[in-house]
Design a protein around this ligand. Structure first.
Ligand code: F6P
Length: 349
């Protein structure tokens, strides 16, 4: 095999995610040590490409970051499609940086910009990043395991205080369109009720489950709800104001508190809510996420050198492979009936 050294741009868009630094480190190490590559890091996602804001990525600047949360490349939600002349500006900056390839780490919003750039001739490769775990075609996005671990620990901790006060404790977790964090942390943490965006909230059923728990002698309960879950009688999701980001998303928050009020009103049980919010995205990634990120980072470099552009590295079962980026963003990967039936099996009929 003839090894041709390349100049590769790296960027990450959207919300940050534990494991981002591990992907960057893995890609840079494999690229430099095995292909003789050079790297350019774009700061703040697509904003960095528009503004030509870069940092050098080499063995020094990526040393000691494996276990660090956040991202040395910083973050922004910048929608190039909304900026007049944005794509031309990106093309100019990418050309000026003499790049042979661009690797973008991100969820559907970030990858949708890659798809547009690919149409304009930019050789892009993608890495699936979102704690929501809702990209199609991959079993897991890096960052999800850390978020679930944090949420599960919170549910564990809330058990003792809820029991001490004989309360229902509602825990709001992230998950805009898919309830992966809610159902996984809910089942792993032994929650009595789990509510996901995939199914409208059946408040009668929620109260039935809580009453059954009280009747069984357990005078406390845990309810996990995804931020994107909806009441059937209300339009839309709970949000802080109606301001939207450049991809059209409102800032979700508040379903937990609304649900707690409704539960208390209907059952008479004292009910509190806590919103885990960005805690789920913060801090050190789990070993699983560091491992997955390292696999994705090295696989992305191999894809670049194989000239297989327009593809996203994915995990299928235990194997790393790749799929067209377009397929990954074509639809949201939601929680399936298999997991909902596990949940049902753990609850009274
Ligand atoms: O897209 C992932 C996510 O974690 C969503 O679950 C959440 O709604 C959103 O990011 C919040 O992001 P931020 O507040 O950082 O814009």
């Amino acid at each position: 095999m003839v090894v041709v050294a390349m100049r590769i741009g790296l960027l990450r868009g959207g919300g940050d995610c534990p494991g981002l630094n591990a992907v960057i480190r893995a890609a840079v190490r494999k690229g430099i040590w095995h292909y003789g590559d050079e790297f350019v890091g774009f700061m703040g996602g697509w904003r960095g490409v528009l503004d030509d804001a870069t940092m050098p990525l080499d063995l020094q600047t990526t040393s000691g970051i494996l276990q660090k949360g956040g991202t040395i490349l910083r973050s922004s939600r910048t929608n190039v499609k909304k900026i007049p002349g944005g794509f031309e500006q990106c093309l100019g900056v990418l050309k000026k940086n003499k790049l042979d390839a661009l690797i973008a780490m991100g969820g559907d919003d970030t990858q949708s910009i890659s798809v547009e750039l690919i149409k304009r001739g930019v050789p892009c490769v993608g890495v699936p990043k979102t704690i929501d775990n809702d990209l199609s075609g991959t079993d897991v996005c890096f960052g999800f395991d850390t978020a679930v671990t944090i949420a599960t620990e919170a549910v564990d901790r809330l058990h003792s205080t809820s029991e001490a006060h004989s309360r229902v404790q509602v825990v709001e977790v992230m998950g805009r369109d898919a309830g992966w964090i809610a159902i996984t942390a809910g089942i792993a943490g032994g929650a009595d009720v789990v509510l996901c965006p995939e199914k409208p909230i059946d408040i009668d059923d929620v109260c039935r489950l809580l009453k059954a728990r009280w009747d069984s002698g357990k005078k406390f309960a845990l309810v996990v709800v995804a931020e994107g879950a909806k009441f059937p009688h209300l339009e839309g999701q709970f949000s802080v104001g109606d301001k939207v980001d450049s991809f059209g998303h409102v800032r979700l928050s508040g379903i937990g508190q609304a649900l707690a009020e409704e539960i208390e009103k209907r059952t008479g049980y004292e009910t509190r809510s806590v919103n885990l919010g960005h805690t789920q995205r913060g801090g050190t990634p789990t070993a699983f996420d560091r491992m997955l990120a390292s696999r994705y980072g090295t696989a992305a470099i191999d894809l670049v050198h194989a000239g297989r552009f327009g593809r996203l590295v994915v995990l299928k079962g235990t194997e790393i492979s790749d799929i067209p980026i377009e397929d990954a963003i074509a639809k949201t990967r939601t929680v399936g009936e298999d997991l909902f039936s596990v949940l049902k099996g753990l609850q009274p009929k």
